[in-house]
Ligand binder design. Structure first.
Ligand code: C5P
Length: 241
């Protein structure tokens, strides 16, 4: 059984703004994409495919661009298309039952221990599942006008994170079907749910944040620093903060 990491990294970061795509913003001295890929490379034996924007001229300047363990493919217009392109590039190598772990390039704080746990918990699952956390805030439905229309019952609401781990064959079929129907799922799980399948939710760490807005840089920088301190001293991460 093979494991593949697919990293959609072809976004331009509209919500983030700035002079470069957010995955190339330096945090604690290194670009976000470098932090993220190092975490994935810590899981030995899995292939790593990164979907890049066709006009990306930042990637070749990274030391990591020459790493033989990393393969790049051209991304698409949306995240789902970027992932679909990476899956297509695996067609002659991946078996239908191989596991694919899709991980946002913009989540550099992911704990390799959480990835290992996801792989273990789902090892014999027929479908797969994702990391996520129960919603901490009260969730409101808001009209485009800014008026609050209602309050969701948050007891069963979770925020979906990545990695999202699914069988190669099922994931390829699910994304292909959704895209063919004109639906662009914002995560992999949504594509499988559409097919009537039941992915599992595995609770991850709340600090597996996605870099989305400029103010996230400071928070993610502090988390990465605390993780590095904890790794150096062996202390629990929360104490290093
Ligand atoms: O914009 P957002 O952070 O939600 O994007 C999630 C992930 O999808 C990011 O890692 C981004 O680089 C990726 N993406 C992509 N191709 C696109 C749009 C987004 O790979 N066309």
């Amino acid at each position: 059984m093979n494991f593949w990491f697919v990293v959609p990294a072809a976004g331009v970061g509209t919500r983030f703004g700035g002079d470069r795509p957010k995955q190339y913003v330096p945090i604690n001295g290194r670009p976000v994409i470098t932090h993220t890929l190092e975490r994935l490379l810590a899981i030995r034996g899995a292939g790593v495919l990164v979907a890049l924007h066709p006009d990306d001229d930042w990637w070749p300047s990274l030391a990591m661009a020459g790493d033989p363990r990393i393969e790049t493919v051209a991304g698409g217009e949306h995240r789902a298309e970027s992932v679909a392109n990476a899956l297509a590039a695996l067609a002659d190598r991946a078996g239908g039952d191989d596991w694919v772990l899709v991980h946002d390039v913009a989540r550099p704080c992911v704990d390799p221990a959480d990835i290992s746990r996801l792989m273990e918990v789902l090892a014999n699952d027929p479908v797969g599942g994702i990391l996520g956390v129960p919603l901490a805030d009260t969730a409101k439905r808001v009209a485009p006008s800014g008026i609050i229309e209602g309050t969701e019952d948050r007891t069963r609401l979770w925020a979906a994170q990545t990695p999202q781990m699914f069988r190669y064959g099922l994931l390829r079929e699910a994304l292909g079907r959704a895209l063919a129907a004109g639906i662009v799922p914002t995560d992999e799980s949504a594509a499988l749910e559409r097919m009537g399948l039941s992915p599992k939710m595995i609770q991850g760490r709340a600090d597996n944040l996605k870099l989305t807005r400029p103010e996230d840089v400071v928070v993610i920088g502090a988390i990465l620093e605390a993780q590095a301190d904890a790794a150096a001293t062996g202390a629990p991460r929360e104490q290093a903060l």
